[in-house]
Every structure is written in structure tokens, then in C-alpha cells.
Design a binder for this molecule. Sequence first.
Ligand code: ASP
Length: 580
Amino acid sequence: MKWRDRKAGELRKEHVGERLALAGWAARRRDHGGLVFIDLRDESGLAQLVINPERAPEAAKVAHEVRNEFVIRAEGEVAARAPEAVNPSLPTGEVELQVDELEIVSRSEPLPFQFDEEHVDEGLRLRYRYLDLRRARMQRNLRLSAKVVAAIRRYMDEHGFVDVWTPNFTRATPEGARDFLVPVRLQPGRFFALPQSPQLFKQTLMVAGLGRYYQIAVCFRDEDLRADRQFEFRQLDLELSFPTREDVWETLEGVVCASFEALGREPPARPFQRLAWHEAMARYGNDKPDLRFGLELHDLTAETRGSEFKVFSQASSVQYLAVPQELSRAELASLEELAKEWGGKGLAYLVFDEEGEVRSPIAKFLAGEVIEAVRPEQPAATVLFAADEPLLVARVLSAVRNHLGRELGLIDETRDEFLWVSDFPLFERDEETGSWTFSHHPFTGVRPGDEDLLETEPGSALSQAYDLVWNGWELGSGSIRIHDAEIQRRVFRVMGISDEEAEERFGFLLEVLRMGAPPHGGFAMGVERFVALLAGELNIREVVAFPKTASGSEPMTGAPTPIPEEILRELGIEVLPQPE
Ligand code: ASP
């Protein structure tokens, strides 16, 4: 017996008169005084079954037993619907199956949520993920994801990139997160680290003469989960030998456009925009600015040096945003809260009314020239100031800018803005220890000409790193790498890694770089982030089949779980009692 002759969503007028079988889930059952209608759903869509007790008394009995999400099989004849029963919103809406035989193949317990419910609790959705995945939104997202991954692979293959699998049991690969560790039974007390990225392997593959490498690589990072972060995620990971950064950018732009095309969408204009990091920070306060709206930052540091207003004159940076409307007291108070959440002390403001009159508790402390310098062209406007360390000012005003962009509807949702940000500082201060640490990863190339700054002024050295940003989301990052062992050592030293420690942790890399290493560079793009944005989803959990919750659990299988004592003993592991 064949389970089905066609898929439900394929039925069309031209099939009228055909006898066939369909199989799938009962999406909905309606009883209409004798006649029973069932929407049968499979992976292709829905078809309407009609069970008429006069035509098929046995099937009618079975139909009464059918509940939502039972698996059923129906045999019958495709018939045209009466004109008044045509459903134009359904591709199969002109026809229905007049059922002769109906079988319940598999029953379902009562559902924990209804499929057409809009706001099902996420915990419940993840606990019953297989039911959630049956729903239209998740079906669409998983299929879209598969299409994008297929398009990426096609593009990479066509452009000479070799897909190489690299190990998941390896040594620490520093990308700024904690490692997930794997104990080794045969060598108790020793651990593999799961890769935060295949960074060192892909560099090694360039030294191995591969020329062009790519992989859809799974990466593991132990860090707090957020809307755009999971413990494990996939990257389109790639590396080229003898590249300029333009070669890398061109590859990524090609991948992005191929993905749009695979989804039948107009690809974004190429080349993508470019901004140097310092310019992105100066204009948007952010290294991943959303360029779909303006509301740029302005600097007022020089103008406020001699100000009576100490909050301004004593701050190392004073910047402002000119908002094109009068904000109410309540709005200002909530923006001030937002500024504090981002580490600011507050948010000073000047409100200019329709007549151009200024309303503000700080106006009396500001010189007339300063007020005139910030007065927006149009009346009815609000100027918001932050005064503090430059990076903090940037962080606060950028958060306010993004918030206002959304709240005031300044974002042009019809636009797609792709952007390359480059020329990042090579190092940044570790917030906890105050020492220099990498801003991307320790293998990022130094901007040619900045090598001498490594010892004298590391904070001023720029890197050869670049990020790809789409509508304010960082899609990924990459760089031209260090291919000289001596420079690599010097970079380690700036970060407080002694030559001995470098040898111990990265000796193999230093050796690789001494064995004929070609200049090389690459990139990694977060696949789930990219897919989520393509799907119009704000949370990557919506495009991951079985994601972890924000607290790092997987509710369907119940992982993670405790492990029996004897297994731990075999691994040489003892679990310390957990504080309450
Ligand atoms: N390994 C880097 C990352 O995972 C990407 C790269 O530099 O190619 O972010």
C-alpha cells in the first residue's frame, strides 16, 4: 500500500476526477450537520477533506473520532468546490477530496497548546518543540535556513573554496568566551576544549597550501545567552591565502547576494558601504551602527571646555543627539533610565519648543553660544547630551539613538543597509584587569606601519580586522592575520603573555608560522544570525530547531543532567557541592 499519491498542498483544479490517497495531520475538524470537514496538513500545505456519511458511512464514523494533530490517511476523489465554497487564500482552495476511506494512523494526546495560538509561552514551545516545529512559522524558518545554507555552499564551491572538516575536540581557541571542556577517559585529568571557532586550524590550512578554505563550522562558546547568542552556533568560516581585505569582502558580498537570490529576493547593492571604526564611533557611537536612520552624534567637547557647567567642562567627552521633536518629561525620564542602564550617570537635555524657546534645568548654566551651537534647524526639537569618558558617552548615546530610532519610527524598514567596519584598534583594555587584551582575537594582523606602536603605544595601534554589519546587527568578523611568528610573539607580549606561556599555549601556531606561512586572512559569518534576519526574526532561537533557553537548558530532552558517580569517577572528576 502506498501511504499517499500526492502531497496535500499540491492539489489543484486539474486533478479533479482523480482518485488518490493523502496522508498527514488533522489540522482542524468541523462538523456541519452530517458532513465532516477535515483540513489535512502535510509538509506541502493543506487540503480539505469532505466526509459525507451518505457516501462513506464507515469513514464518517472514523471522522468523528479524529482530533487535532491525529495522523490520518484518506482515500477518495478530487472534486471541484462549489463556487461559494472556494477559498482563495489557500493554494488548494478550489478543490477538496471527497473521502471514501479514512484511517487513523496515529493518535495524539491532548495538545499542550493550540497551533493557532499566537503567544504561546516559550518554555512550553521548547518543551514540546516537535509540535512547535510543526507550525507554519517554524516550518518556514527551517526551510529558509536550509535554502540559505545550500546557497552558501554552492557559492563557496563555485568560487574554489575547499570544504574541510576541522576537529571539535581540540585546544582552547580564544575568541573572548569561556571554553566548553570535554574530559578524556583514557587520560583522566586532561580535557579537550570545544572550539570557539576553527581559527587556528583554518590558518594552518593556509600554511598547508589549501589556498581557499571554508566550512559551515559549529562553534561553542560558554557565555551568557541572549537574543543573538546560543552556546553552540554555526559559522560560515572561511580563509584565503594571499588576499587583500577587498578579496575577503567581495567573497562575503557574493555570499550575501547569492543567499538573497536563493530566496527570490532582490540582493542588496554592491559594494557594501564602508566605515572606519573611529568614524562609526564618532557618528553613531557604535561599531555596528544601524544606517537605516540618521540621528548622528555630534561632538561638543571643545565648545564646553570653559563652561560653568562642571558636568560638561570636567568630562573628557561631551556629545549630543539632536532629536527632531519635543520630548515630554516622561519620555526624558525614561531615556535617562536607559542611559543609566548603559552605565551613564544621566542624560542632560535642552528642549526647544515651537517658538524656539529653550526649556531645561541646565540652560542657565550654558553659555549662549553653546546653546546656539546645538540649536537644531527646525523648531520643536530636543537635544540630549552625555558627558563622560569617550567610550561610555558613545555607549550611552548609541543606546539612546537605537531606542529612539525604533520608538520614533525613524527607521526605514524597507531599506537593507550592509556595512563593512574596519580599522579597529588592535587592543582594548580588559574591563576587569585594566591590562591590554585583543579586541578581535590574538591572531589579528597589525595595520602595516603600526608594528612599532606595539611596544610604545599599543592603544594606538590599529588592526586589520573588519566586521560585517546588517541593519545594526553584527553578522560576523574577520581579519588579515599575523603570518610572522615574531610579530605574533610581540602581540602576545602586549597582552601579558610571556614567551614561555605563548610557547606552552600556542607553540604549535608559532611553529606553523615559521614554516613558510603565506599571508592569509578570512572571515566568519554567524549563520543563525544571518538566517534570523533573512526570516525577519529578532531572536535566533526562532531559526534553530532545538535551541537552549536563556538559562542554558534544553527543555525537550531535559539536558543538561547530572551524571552518575561511577561515570564521573572513570573520568577522574569529582563534583563539588553547589552553594545553595
Ligand atoms: N575566528 C573569528 C570568529 O570566530 C573569525 C575570523 O577571524 O575569521 O569570530
